[in-house]
Design a protein around this ligand. Structure first.
Ligand code: CDP
Length: 225
């Protein structure tokens, strides 16, 4: 395969897809785009505006009008990018637990998906991009040249998310993290619109026993084969 122009990387929470996507983008000199931040930004905006997450039309209106900008990192505090929403840096705020708890409900709304998918497709079609999410290979960019679906065991994924939180100086409970993550995955996989699943032509990559470097090598190997 010649170097793919558009690479789609999907998979469940903490499977390693985002880190893999970022590292591949660095290696290839491509844009890295993590679509999860957009759904998280809409969720944060609803929570901050005290809009009930169950109020579908109100949440969809927020999704239509919100200005979400993702830029190269302006601070070296462990962030992969800056997420700016309506002029404010919300890079860490979108990782909060209330956002984790409500983002799946928000991202199942058709109006929210329509608004986000449109913007993501626009970015993806410019090419030289590695885009990570849940539905990139199936819905956002079905024409992607290379599709990876990244998985890892439930236990390993819970451990990774736990470590992330501890490294950020937060308190965390491994069991509770595992349960919340599993519930979010079930919701994402069973929703009607753009459910999380591998595209028919995706390569499934299990990172349970792989280091990040090994996962990157596997993906580069797939490009060469
Ligand atoms: O980092 P983590 O894998 O836990 O989550 P994320 O990639 O930031 O995505 C957060 C949530 O956004 C997911 O649980 C999905 O509900 C939603 N999402 C989606 O529906 N479609 C995408 N392409 C990306 C994220």
């Amino acid at each position: 395969m010649s170097t793919p122009n558009v690479i789609a990387i999907d998979g469940p929470a903490a499977s390693g897809k985002t880190t893999l996507a970022r590292r591949l983008a660095e290696r290839l000199g491509y844009l890295f785009f993590d679509t999860g931040v957009m759904y998280r930004a809409v969720t944060l905006a609803a929570l901050r505006q005290s809009v009930p997450v169950a109020d579908q039309p109100a949440v969809e209106a927020i999704a239509e009008s919100l200005e979400i900008d993702v830029r190269p990192p302006g601070l070296s505090d462990g962030r992969m990018y800056d997420v700016i929403v309506d002029g404010e840096d919300v890079t860490w705020a979108i990782r909060s637990r209330p956002v984790d708890a409500h983002v799946s409900q928000v991202s199942a709304y058709p109006g929210v998906r329509r608004a986000m998918t449109r913007r993501q497709r626009e970015i993806g079609l410019r090419g030289k991009v590695v885009m990570a999410g849940r539905d990139i290979g199936t819905v956002v960019l079905p024409e992607a040249d290379l599709k990876l679906y990244v998985v890892a065991s439930q236990e390993e994924r819970a451990r990774r998310r736990y470590r992330e939180l501890i490294d950020r100086g937060e308190t965390a409970d491994l069991e509770a993290i595992g349960e919340a993550m599993a519930a979010r995955d079930r919701f994402d996989a069973s929703r009607e619109l753009a459910p999380m699943r591998p595209a028919d032509d995706a390569h499934v990559l299990d990172t349970t026993a792989l280091t990040i470097d090994e996962a990157v090598e596997c993906a580069l190997g797939l490009m060469e084969s």
